[in-house]
Design a protein around this ligand. Sequence first.
Ligand code: AMP
Ligand code: GLY
Length: 428
Amino acid sequence: MNILLIGSGGREHALAWKMAQSHHCDQLYIAPGNAGTAGFGTNLNLSVTDFEAIKATCIEKEIHMLVVGPEEPLVKGIYDFCKNDEALQHIIVVGPSKAAAQLEGSKAFSKKFMERQGIPTASYAEFTADNFEAGKAYIQQHSLPVVLKADGLAAGKGVVIATTTQEALDCFSEMILQKQFGAASEKVVIESFLKGIEVSVFVLTNGSAYHIIGHAKDYKRIGEGDTGLNTGGMGCVSPVPFMDAAFMQKTEDRIIRPTVEGLAKEGLEYHGFIFFGLMNVGGEPFVIEYNCRLGDPETEVVLPRLQTDLVALFAAMDNGTLEDANISFDPRSAATIMAVSGGYPGNYAKGKTIELPAAAEVPKDTLVFHAGTISSGEQVLTNGGRVLAVTAYGENIGDAVAKSKQTLEKISFEGMYYRNDIGFEFPC
Ligand code: AMP
Ligand code: GLY
């Protein structure tokens, strides 16, 4: 099968690494990819939202399967674009329809969906410029902290946890009146703060059957001890010790199954991944957010632990046999640590030369996934805020983290930074 993978991050390098292991994978193309994905297929210089260029490529390269990494093309309707086009409709698209991708594309949509389906989530209300004064009054009587969310996609920056009423009022006004995130913040969801530990669970579904393909804990803050600004994710560990059988059962019974059944009941077509961002509040799972894709850097620990052939799973998702698939996991722990550019998540420089260890110097239980990198002749240069994700397996999380750091010590580029304390709550 010829496969086109859309995206360019660490998630896509991990997907390319995993799919290239499948005997179902003939030619693998990655658009646009990075210096790492080029080791597993052919990078194509396409924009992830240029659907016409993607169509031309699908026809030219005789693509059978389109795997969509990031949310933007999904929220913009790449699934529907393919299914409504005679030349493309036979292609297996891994990703939900535009209507279903609203689970990620609109916070208000996802809150209403959870309300209709009785799925546990924080209490909330939504506001626009039309009921701005009512929003201010809602904030004034709300307990603290209070969470404000821009309704639409805001590159991971649309959520504010305000610790004072004044801060909440200021953010509310900036989002709605000053249109801080453009159209994405014309509507704002205000919700109560859930206190607990976060965990991300990943499911592959065809809209009726589903399989849990893994879970992970992401470390989102830039600074050690979970301090400083939010990032796309500075590292991940899997499995997470508190995800015991009892918590997993509650998650499946109260959240995962009702979500998949709710999608079917509401006629929301879904063939792809659901990312459940959960909060464990005193042993009870609540949904913080849905995403319609895999996480980054969660994928860099989830796929290394998944032993099942991913391309075969995608084919099963498409041909109605997903229910029969056997999912198995590597029993070892996995940890990934992100090496980022100096200044990230603020301004940072690109084009710095990366010194990488030779393949023979990387232990066999360690994987160096590229994120923001680009090839330039023989060199690999930085090309983003998050540059590399170094994943290692270990007997426990502490061991996996220690191994990842051993390889990180052999990598360098000007301004390189990584968190030394990924997995700090789980030393063994
Ligand atoms: P989201 O984009 O909805 O995932 O929000 C980004 C981050 O904000 C989450 O990963 C949480 O760390 C935090 N967050 C969002 N909603 C809440 C909430 N209701 N309570 C506590 N933290 C939250
Ligand atoms: N690491 C969080 C995300 O992918 O949304």
